[in-house]
Design a protein around this ligand. Structure first.
Ligand code: ATP
Length: 320
């Protein structure tokens, strides 16, 4: 393999830059030319790319976001869009592609692989919602950001003896909410995977905690549940405690990546290029039981995510 491409796709995540850097450096060290494709699959369709060298990726390891920009591209999901992307690969002699993104991006990578462009996926998404990988790039940074933000909120909530309902990113995956909820000592944690009678659950927990003379409460709710304002009103009415809703929003996506994200991204970027050099495509590089391994994309996409019930149980035993 003489020439490869690298792109970031879907939602941005801190650590994507570290992965790009590892891909480019590993390729250059092995005599492979690398093109950086801007704005994910959109850039591939629109011929928006440039050659990268060892120095092009200097000073990015500590930066959030992605130097290659990212996008969601509807056109790529149609055969005509995919053919344009393939034509760009042919034009520049791109024989393999590293795709850094989430499950949607991996579906695109699978489709391209099936059409003769071997692709390797790297899990880059803050949500940790990729079933095949124990860990996704950006997750740790995001968790730490949430923890720091909620620690700040706690100072004011405690001073005023209030309750706060915090909405955390994660539509179908509660990992961010559950783990940050434990880290901030939340009184109740609400995640999309466990939905039984949310209001009753939260109100019961607050009432129980009030009996222990606690006067301030942090309730962590995943974005996919929604309705944090409404929940705040119900808590106020039923528990007699002044309650505010805080939606953390996009602040959760940014920031300098943590050590864990930088190291995982570097390992995964390196492994992705190794696979392409072996002539292997249609794989995802993932973290499983503390090891970096690879799976067939099709197999990876069909894996089922499981919620950590043990962690959920611990959270509720100790957050009182
Ligand atoms: P995140 O979960 O962080 O948002 P993602 O990679 O899952 O990341 P998506 O928006 O689902 O984000 O997908 C990114 C891009 O991948 C889409 O804009 C589209 O170009 C491509 N893609 C998604 N699904 C498919 C599919 N079924 N077939 C082909 N391409 C797809």
């Amino acid at each position: 393999m003489k020439t490869i491409g690298v792109l970031t796709s879907g939602g941005d995540a801190p650590g994507m830059n570290a992965a790009i850097r590892a891909v480019v450096r590993t390729a250059c060290e092995n005599g492979i030319k690398v093109y950086g494709i801007n704005r994910g699959y959109a850039g591939l369709i629109e011929d928006d790319l440039r050659e990268l060298n060892i120095r092009s990726v200097s000073d990015i390891i500590h930066r959030g976001g992605t130097m290659l920009y990212t996008a969601r591209c509807k056109e790529f999901r149609e055969e005509s869009g995919m053919q344009k992307a393939i034509a760009t690969c042919k034009k520049y002699g791109i024989e393999g592609l590293v795709v850094i993104g989430g499950d949607g991006s991996f579906r695109g990578a699978r489709d391209l692989s099936l059409r003769g462009i071997p692709c390797i996926g790297i899990p880059g998404t803050i949500d940790n919602d990729i079933a095949s990988s124990d860990y996704t790039i950006g997750y740790d940074t995001c968790l730490n950001t949430i923890m720091q933000m909620v620690d700040r909120v706690r100072d004011t909530v405690e001073s005023h003896s209030r309750c706060v309902v915090v909405e955390v990113m994660g539509n179908r995956c509660g990992d961010l909410t559950l783990n940050s909820g434990i880290a901030v000592g939340a009184t109740a944690i609400v995640i999309p995977e466990i939905r039984d009678d949310i209001e009753k659950h939260v109100i019961d927990r607050i009432k129980r905690t009030q009996k222990t003379d606690k006067k301030h409460f942090i309730i962590m709710v995943a974005e996919g549940i929604g309705g944090v304002e409404e929940l705040a009103r119900k808590i106020e009415k039923n528990c007699g405690v002044e309650t505010r809703a805080v939606i953390l929003g996009h602040v959760q996506r940014g920031g300098s990546p943590t050590v864990r994200d930088r190291v995982a991204a570097s390992q995964m970027g390196y492994k992705a290029v190794q696979l392409l050099m072996e002539g292997v495509g249609n794989r995802v590089v993932v973290q499983k039981d503390d090891h970096i391994v690879d799976y067939d994309i099709y197999e990876a996409l069909n894996m089922e995510r499981k919620v950590n019930n043990e962690l959920y149980k611990i959270a509720h035993e100790i957050s009182i």
